[in-house]
Design a protein around this ligand. Structure first.
Ligand code: HEC
Ligand SMILES: [Cu+2]
Length: 332
């Protein structure tokens, strides 16, 4: 469908349907406005004071007419509601697909920090390929922001303290505006950027090129490697070493059910791991002493995301999550 100049370019899988929904809404609004105002004007003129119109048999009540003008618009309204809700749920439900490109987004006054699973970091710019679902995991380091790309028809508030997700697939190469759509302080208006949509092979080339440009070894790490580096640097391992037994092993943790000391049973997803790191006392795993210190102020949101990527990458006990290089016993 052509957006006819009214709407921005349509560059994602959601764009056409979203526009169609809007056109239907506008169409309905215009239709009902005319339905009310045209007869109104007609009657205003016809029954103006002093006109010769027939006033002998006034009608006060017409059940059929009243039911019709209540129920038909109700049904039409519900169609728009169900349709809108379906799109909403579709967009905001995290994708299960392994093929999805997991991009992390940290909003802060007044900038967007983005990171690719392969480690490339970007500020106020995002490079993505066409033809592959892009899943955003987003959080704010301070106030509420809102991640908005008009050409993709995607927008979601980015909150402090909690991850939110959104996905889309870019359908058209090009450069598109990225905005913060929530007033977030003095320089809110400068919190803008660009999304570059490239052909898949171009994206691969871009990934390689931006690794080469990296200034340090650490900047060449993937998300999970950066997380592992942190895990070792912060000595998480001093307690979480499976051999030490004073803290649970983190291998295979992601996605598991955890029983907490206050009786709750929760799934160890991103939010759970983040809370365990920032507010360990609010998420005490049953059977362990609450000796874990808080890392609030020591580890920033970007780093927590890296730790999550690392914990996620260590799927089972067989993988090494001791934080040490595996060397054969007695070999030193
Ligand atoms: C002083 C020991 C200690 C250190 C250091 C420590 N932890 Fe913990 N951690 C614990 C204990 C004990 C628990 C279980 C009790 C609880 O949940 O508070 C735990 C729980 C967790 C959990 C939830 C585990 C589960 O099985 O559900 C995560 C995730 C976690 N820690 C991550 C980390 C990370 C990441 C670091 C390093 C930045 C770290 N911990 C450093 C002791 C520690
Ligand atoms: Cu903002």
């Amino acid at each position: 469908m052509n957006s006819g100049g009214l709407m921005p370019e349509q560059a994602s899988n959601f764009a056409q349907e979203m526009d169609l929904l809007y056109y239907v809404l506008i169409g309905l609004t215009v239709f009902f406005a005319l339905l009310v105002f045209v007869p109104m004007l007609y009657f205003v003129v016809k029954y103006r004071a002093g006109s010769k119109a027939d006033r002998t048999r006034p009608t006060y009540h017409n059940l059929k007419l009243e039911l019709a003008w209540s129920l038909i618009p109700l049904a039409m309204g519900l169609v728009v509601f169900v349709w809108g809700a379906k799109l909403f749920v579709e967009m905001y439900t995290p994708l299960e697909s392994e093929n999805a490109l997991q991009i992390t987004v940290v909003g802060k006054q007044w900038m967007w920090h983005l990171q690719h699973p392969t480690g490339q970091r970007e500020n106020n710019e995002l490079h993505i390929p066409t033809g592959r679902p892009i899943q955003l995991t987003m959080i704010s380091q301070d106030v509420i922001h809102s991640f908005f790309v008009p050409a993709f028809r995607i927008k979601r508030d980015v909150l402090p303290g909690r991850y939110v997700t959104m996905w889309f697939e870019a359908t058209k190469t090009g450069r598109y505006h990225l905005y913060c759509a929530e007033y977030c302080g003095t320089d809110h208006a400068k919190m803008t950027g660009w999304v570059y949509v490239m052909k898949p092979e171009e994206y691969e080339r871009w990934l390689v090129a931006s690794k080469w440009g990296a200034v340090s070894d650490a900047a060449r790490d993937t998300m999970a490697e950066a997380g592992e580096r942190l895990y070792n640097d912060m000595q998480c391992n001093s307690c979480h070493d499976p051999a030490a037994q004073n803290a649970p092993s983190l291998a295979g943790l992601f996605g598991k059910e955890r029983r907490l000391s206050d009786g709750r049973v929760v799934t160890a997803g991103e939010d759970y791991i983040r809370r365990s790191i920032y507010k360990p006392n609010s998420m005490k795993v049953i059977g362990y002493e609450p000796i874990m210190p808080t890392y609030e102020g020591l580890i920033d949101e970007q780093e927590v995301l890296q730790l999550i990527a690392y914990i996620r990458s260590v799927r089972d006990e067989a993988d090494d999550l001791t934080g040490r290089e595996t060397t054969p016993e007695g070999d030193s």
